[in-house]
Design a protein around this ligand. Structure first.
Ligand code: ADP
Length: 468
């Protein structure tokens, strides 16, 4: 799953703080380190001056004991504690060194000795023992105008790194705290920034094709979200208009189709009344009547589909279902002469509802059974009245429907077989029948077994009122 904007912002803020902190730390270390080292070197320069003054008082470095005495007197503490002194002759040989400092540890190469004797000063940091870091300044020692030897003065180098280490610890601790704080504040801020967007998502998710009149609005939201909402609303406006146009078109077309088709079937039926018709003409006319009937049912389904979308409220008048079933039977009985279509159990039931719609619901079920049942099969239309319910049952010995497909067949434009050429149909019959049953407070039940057949039952309440 992609990371939400909220987390991206939060992590981004935290990362920016961490990088800033690292940059500050490194810069501080470099700048402060340089300054502190400079200060220490200044101290060492002063110390060197002091030692030189004392050696000058001695007059010469001949007497080693005196030199050692001087060094002991001047050296304070020892390694790690402060100021240490080593005095060497002009060959670099140690004449005296502070207690605890092995003279070799501050040893000089021949090149260094020559450099120092030429008057240059060397400053470097050496490690004594385990981890005693000492900053050592090595310079020439003169008595009067004579070069007498070399003096090395050292001070604890930790003096420069200690403050830096402490500063680093404090900055790190504050930094970690800062990052946590930034995470919390960042998350909170980001949540606030994203909340109006979430509202847009929620409203958009609630908008359905059947109700495109809703708008998002989002007036008091941030400018970007408002722009998004306005764009979305404009799109909804266009969609709504397009859907409206399409609905009106379907309404007009289905209406326009139904009227002449009904007249056509009426005329065919009149022709069929002629007793003198030869068998072949009669068969042709009957087939024509059946096909026209199918087209009328399709046009009606389209009309009712548009009605369902506009939220049409069905009539509520008494409908005698037994008469209705008989009409359906008569209308459909010649559709498939190759299968046995018959009326089964017939109770007398009257429900409140819309006659045209209820008839269409049953016609669609019978039409399907007749359409999908292979030659030689059977379809039975029955009507039961029990427990305050009317049950119109259409049972066939067709191919059956698999359990996975049963919830899908009521969806608009869903066709289980998917092959339009073999059976014909638009995949809206069951969706319309289902809408009609539910608009009357009822439902359609299906039981089916693959290879054996299906039973579709329209269940309607008989307590005298519709659910709408
Ligand atoms: P159509 O019949 O136009 O395809 P419907 O909405 O009436 O559309 O039916 C949807 C699908 O349900 C059909 O394509 C078919 O696969 C399946 N179906 C409906 N009734 C039956 C039936 N009696 N026997 C087998 N399958 C059926």
């Amino acid at each position: 799953m992609p990371l939400s904007i909220r987390w991206r912002l939060t992590i981004g803020i935290a990362a920016a703080i961490i990088v800033t902190l690292i940059v500050i730390l490194v810069t501080l270390r470099l700048a402060l380190g340089g300054i502190l080292e400079g200060d220490l070197d200044d101290d060492l320069s002063r110390d060197t001056g002091l030692v030189s003054a004392h050696v000058a008082l001695l007059g010469s470095l001949e007497d080693r004991d005196k030199v050692q005495e001087l060094v002991d007197g001047l050296s304070v503490g020892g390694p790690g504690a402060g100021f240490i002194v080593v005095i060497r002759d002009s060959e670099g040989e140690a004449l005296a060194s502070a207690a605890g400092i092995p003279a070799g540890s501050l040893g000089l190469t021949q090149a260094e000795i020559e450099t120092v004797l030429r008057g240059k000063t060397l400053s470097r940091t050496v490690t004594i023992g385990e981890d005693e870091r000492i900053r050592v300044r090595t310079s020439r020692l003169s008595i009067g105008r004579e070069v007498a030897g070399i003096v090395q003065v050292g001070e604890d180098a930790e003096l420069t790194s200690h403050p830096l280490d402490r500063l680093q610890t404090v900055l790190l601790a504050e930094g970690i705290g800062g990052v946590f704080l930034a995470l919390i504040i960042g998350y909170w801020l980001a949540r606030g920034a994203v909340r109006p967007l979430q509202r847009v998502i929620d409203v958009a998710a609630e908008i359905e094709a059947s109700d495109l009149s809703r708008r998002i609005g989002a007036r008091s939201s941030p400018a970007e979200v408002q722009a998004l909402a306005e764009t979305f609303d404009a799109m909804l406006e266009r969609l709504d208009a397009a859907f409206q146009q399409q609905r009106n078109f379907v309404l007009d077309m289905s209406h326009e189709l139904r009227t002449p088709l009904t007249a056509l079937r009426g005329n065919i039926d009149v022709l069929l009344m002629d007793e003198a018709l030869d068998a072949e003409t009669r068969s042709h006319l009957e087939r024509m009547s059946a096909e026209v009937g199918r087209m009328i049912r399709l046009a009606s389904n389209l009309l009712y589909l548009a009605h369902a979308e506009t939220g049409r409220i069905p009539d509520s008048r008494p409908v005698e279902l037994d008469v209705l079933c008989l009409e359906v039977y008569r209308q459909m009985k010649d559709l498939r002469p190759d299968i046995r279509f018959r009326l089964g159990h017939e109770d007398q039931v009257t429900v409140q509802g819309d006659r045209d719609l209820l008839k269409q619901a049953v016609l669609n079920l019978v039409d399907n059974s007749l359409k999908y049942t292979p030659a030689g099969g059977g379809v039975t239309l029955s009507l039961y009245h029990d427990a305050g319910q009317a049950r119109i049952e259409v049972k066939d010995t067709g191919p059956g429907i698999s359990p996975e497909q049963i919830p899908l067949i009521f969806k608009r434009f869903y066709r289980a077989g998917g092959d339009r050429r073999t059976t014909g149909g638009a995949g809206i019959g069951l969706a319309i029948s289902d809408w009609i049953a539910r608009a009357h407070g009822g439902e359609i039940q299906v039981s089916s077994e693959l290879g054996k057949g299906s039973t579709f039952t329209v269940v309607l309440p008989v307590d005298g009122h519709t659910a709408i």
